[in-house]
Design a binder for this molecule. Structure first.
Ligand code: ARG
Length: 587
């Protein structure tokens, strides 16, 4: 159990003792340690319900709470806030039992869930762009959080490889190079080498997409190509496989550069074989119906205050769409993966799409009410002009280029700060990469995910302020202190004290890790972890300024401080890991 839950239990009991619900006993660490250690604000809400004065309830609760052995004092502030101060003996007891706990005092889930995190989501023929970047960074952090909490996590990018975009590409290639064997109905064998490179595809796709919008005849041809591909035309399938593999290769590289790995590498096409039976079942149950030659599922509900267009399962041309594969993927995840919860970490602009898919999944009994379906939406990453980030020429920035940009920025900053100067070139470059990726990830994750933010390389790569590099440096510094201590033959020992206020504040902050992680998980919001990592590093820095660990004459005191430093490092390493950030050994 965490210290915070323990105190919440005590406060809850105090409320219950005066005949009120123990739910009012929620205790939190105070954000302002100079004023209070812990706070309980339940008296205000309780008073409203009981028709009493909040301060009256607060004093009754505070009085009872103060009787507990581990509470040093309680005090009422303002309209009825209860400030709680823990006895130092209790604090030290909690510190010692948590400091070397492998899970940092966090209790893993009693009932582990199978959680599918759907994130990244690149498409065939398109290099990943910054839009996929946020999905990747946020999704990866959520996957790490759920996994740390003890759930079984399945990471799946849901690669875009089956819809109309494939038809557009095939139609465009067929028109430009009609002589290829993929378009020859007589052909039985196809070349092993791809007829197109990723660069070709990246040029062809935008042209084809524009044409598909402007040229009705071409759009028809693309729709036909989509249907033929889906129905198994051997030439189209062979061409499609080539397009898929050249794209995947570059996408895997991009993910690797970001330190992100998936458990599955499924795409939309992988559920194709489930579609026919799913569609039949939806027709049989009357959930799917005909509309203008297409097959649709109506998803509007009586309580809606806007219009909800139906989800299209099959177009009038016979093709299956993005929604169809998403619906079949829900089915696959429930039936084959045993998913209890699916988190779709996708751009806010797809919010209508997911509402349609989720409603259709419930209506068609593809996912029962017990299965969680959530769209974890996020805002855009903007350029300095406040508009979605673009290249100087106004084009879409590729993910690989963004990674290069942050690495360069990191290298500049390392040079400015005279860090890693005398290290071998190869190590310097590796450090710059790690620092650059940290700058990018932390710069994203420190924001509330639903807000837009500006990609500010200067700010993100700084070694000061709320940045990835600042936190990496804080951790590296503790590593170096501990290395020096080992060289001097020193070791850690039981935590004693605390000798000074900043030390007490550091311990209180370290003990606050479990509720922060819970909040991040409950709200699907890694920014709480990011914010907390920063607070913790700052508290450690203050402690380190005040307590001169390596020159401390009292061996017991020194061993205690070394233990506190070891604990802080373990916490920072874990927190940064939850954000997908690596820590260099030195810099
Ligand atoms: N490929 C899609 C895109 O680039 C994102 C996929 C998101 N996941 C999903 N299950 N639909 O827009």
């Amino acid at each position: 159990m965490s210290l915070q839950s323990h105190l919440t239990g005590l406060a809850g009991k105090a409320f219950a003792d005066i005949g009120l619900s123990s739910d009012y006993g929620q205790v939190v660490l105070s954000q302002r340690p100079e004023l209070a250690q812990f706070q309980c604000n339940g008296a205000m809400a309780a008073a409203k319900l009981a028709g009493k004065q909040p301060r009256e309830i607060a004093s009754a609760v505070a009085e009872r709470l103060a009787e507990a052995a581990e509470i040093a004092s309680t005090e009422i502030a303002g309209p009825g806030f209860i400030n709680i101060r823990l006895a130092d003996e209790a604090l030290i007891e909690w510190a010692n039992k948590t400091a070397d706990n492998s899970h940092l005092g966090y209790d893993t889930a009693g009932e582990p869930l199978t959680v599918v995190v759907d994130y990244g989501g690149p498409n065939v023929a398109k290099a990943m762009h910054v839009g996929h970047l946020r999905a990747t960074i946020i999704g990866d952090s959520l996957a790490r959080l759920f996994s740390f909490a003890g759930h079984t996590v399945i990471r799946d990018p849901h690669f875009g490889d089956w819809g109309f975009q494939m038809g557009l590409l095939i139609a465009a290639i067929e028109q430009t190079i009609p002589g290829l064997p993929y378009f020859d109905a007589e052909a039985t064998e196809y070349p092993g080498e791809s007829p197109v490179t990723l660069e070709d595809l990246q040029r062809i796709y935008p042209e084809a997409a524009t044409r598909g919008r402007e040229d009705a005849e071409f759009a028809d041809r693309a729709r036909e190509a989509t249907v033929r591909l889906q129905q198994g035309d051997p030439g189209y399938r062979a061409l499609w496989r080539h397009m898929k593999s050249v794209s995947e290769e570059s996408q895997r590289d991009d993910f690797r550069a970001l330190g992100v790995a998936f458990d599955l590498w499924y795409g939309e096409s992988d559920v194709h074989d489930r579609i026919a039976s799913m569609v039949d079942a939806l027709k049989d149950s009357g959930v799917a119906e005909e509309s203008d030659g297409a097959l649709v599922v109506r998803v509007d509900q009586t309580e809606d205050n806007r219009e909800w267009p139906p989800l299209i399962l099959q177009s009038s041309a016979g093709g299956f769409l993005y929604s169809t594969t998403d619906l079949a993927t829900v089915e696959m995840r429930v039936k084959e993966l045993g998913a209890d919860l699916m988190l779709y970490v996708v751009d806010r602009r797809q919010s209508d799409h997911f509402t349609q898919v989720f409603r259709a999944a419930r209506k068609g009994d593809i996912a029962s009410d017990g299965v969680g379906l959530e769209h974890i939406e996020f805002g855009t990453m903007n350029g300095p002009d406040g508009k979605p980030f673009k290249t100087r020429e106004g084009g879409v920035v590729r993910l690989g280029d963004v990674i290069k940009m942050v690495q360069d920025a990191a290298l500049d900053r390392l040079n400015e700060a005279h860090l890693a100067e005398e290290y071998p070139q190869q190590e310097r470059e590796a450090i710059a990469t790690t620092v650059g990726v940290a700058a990018l990830k932390f710069g994203d994750l420190i924001n509330n995910r639903s807000s837009d933010y500006v990609l500010d390389l200067e700010k993100f790569s700084s070694f000061e302020g709320k940045t990835g590099p600042y936190l990496q440096y804080a951790a590296v510094r503790i590593k170096s202190i501990l290395r020096k201590a080992t060289e001097q033959g020193l070791s850690t020992g039981a935590i004693i004290g605390p000798a000074v206020d900043v030390e007490r504040e550091l311990i209180l902050e370290l003990l606050n890790l479990p509720p922060v992680i819970d909040r991040s998980i409950d709200l699907r919001a890694p920014n709480h972890v990011a914010e907390y990592a920063y607070t913790l590093a700052s508290r450690f820095n203050r402690f380190y300024d005040a307590c001169h660990i390596l020159s401390e004459p009292n061996p017991q005191q020194q061993a205690s401080w070394l233990q506190l430093s070891t604990w802080t490092l373990a916490a920072l390493e874990r927190l940064l890991d939850l954000l997908g950030i690596e820590i260099p050994d030195r810099m």
